[in-house]
Design a protein around this ligand. Structure first.
Ligand SMILES: [Zn+2]
Length: 340
């Protein structure tokens, strides 16, 4: 019976190796390894054997079954590989080529800086307030203490949509909107967003850019609170070693008004082109909210006070990365944008 078993095994392996198609394997499996297959039939004859022979032949039959299974699996795999290689060789499309890489998107450098600034003020308890980019003359000028006849209008060259509607020239109209919405509660918001000026485009000026406006309204808010917030901002953005300088200034919607400067981060007091050899860089304009503006927002200036500030976004990004042309921000040049 052991001879019979060996013959069966040899026959099965010979057939297996002769196959050229994966399809043929199923028939072979049925013939030898299924419940009705030859090996199972063979095992059924074990009952006719003597008690001594039965375990020996039984064990040998199981070993043959196991090894046929292993050969089957190996043959199946090798046939599949052969078939794949053949397909690769026949086909014009090479499926083994790596796919095309998708370019990963990224945040624009202005957005990165804007988010950094938002984060710093959020940590100081400022909420972010969204205001429209298309504004009325009333909100962009009049309610900010800039009536139609006021010469301060010349500070902003304006894109007019019609006689009454403008592309906002600054984020300040958001101050009035925030006050009207939050009255009679205290306010601590920043108003980030894009502003538009009808200006000639040069390496130093664009007709569109980002600003971050800040506004607080509360009881007993003083100039020292403003200076404290600005100092903290400069330290968080540029490092704790920065020094702040305050200069008197003029804005129609703040009184008194100030300019905030910071010692030059590039030359550390030696003087360079970026600070125009003054050792100081402009951080932004600020001041105590003008009583007229408070009243226009619904707050009684006898009871309430507050400060406001306006910061650039492209400028700190230019300083941080040594960019010397603001036009790069809106030039849609991928080589530029992908550096950050
Ligand atoms: Zn400098």
């Amino acid at each position: 019976m052991l001879d019979q078993l060996n013959t069966l095994k040899e026959k099965a392996l010979r057939e297996l190796n002769a196959f050229t198609e994966v399809m043929q394997l199923a028939e072979w499996h049925k013939q030898y390894l299924s419940k009705k297959g030859e090996l199972t039939q063979f095992l059924k004859q074990l009952g006719q054997l003597s008690a001594e022979e039965r375990p020996i032949v039984g064990q040998a039959a199981n070993e043959v079954k196991q090894s046929l299974k292993e050969f089957f699996d190996a043959r199946q795999q090798s046939l599949q590989e052969e078939k794949l290689n053949q397909a690769l060789a026949d086909d014009e499309i090479d499926v083994s080529l790596p796919g095309r890489l998708y370019q990963r998107g990224r945040l624009h450098i202005s957005t990165q800086m804007l988010r950094k600034i938002n984060e710093i003020f959020s940590q100081m308890g400022f909420q972010i307030y969204d205001a429209p980019e298309v504004e009325s003359d009333e909100y962009n000028f009049q309610l900010l203490n800039i009536p139609a006849y006021h010469p301060a209008r010349d500070m902003w060259d304006t894109f007019w949509i019609n006689d009454q509607v403008v592309l906002r020239t600054h984020t300040s109209p958001g101050q009035i909107r925030a006050m009207k919405e939050y009255h009679p509660n205290p306010i601590r918001v920043i108003l980030p967003g894009k502003v538009y000026r009808y200006e000639q485009i040069t390496p130093r000026s664009e007709h569109q850019f980002y600003q971050v406006e800040g506004l607080t309204v509360g009881h007993n808010i003083k100039m020292t609170d403003l200076i404290g917030v600005m100092t903290e901002f400069a330290h968080k953005l540029y490092g704790p070693a920065r020094k702040i300088r305050i200069r008197g200034s003029y804005f129609p919607f703040t009184e008194p008004s100030i300019e905030i400067d910071m010692d030059c981060i590039l030359c550390s007091g030696k003087g360079c082109r970026v600070c125009k050899y003054t050792n100081w860089l402009e951080v932004g304009g600020a001041g105590m909210v003008h009583p007229v503006v408070l009243r226009n927002g619904g707050y009684d200036p006898k009871e309430w006070s507050g400060f406001a500030f306006g910061l650039g976004v492209e400028r700190p990004a230019m300083l941080k990365h040594g960019i010397n042309d603001i036009r790069s921000f809106y030039g849609n040049d991928l080589d530029f944008i992908q550096q950050f």
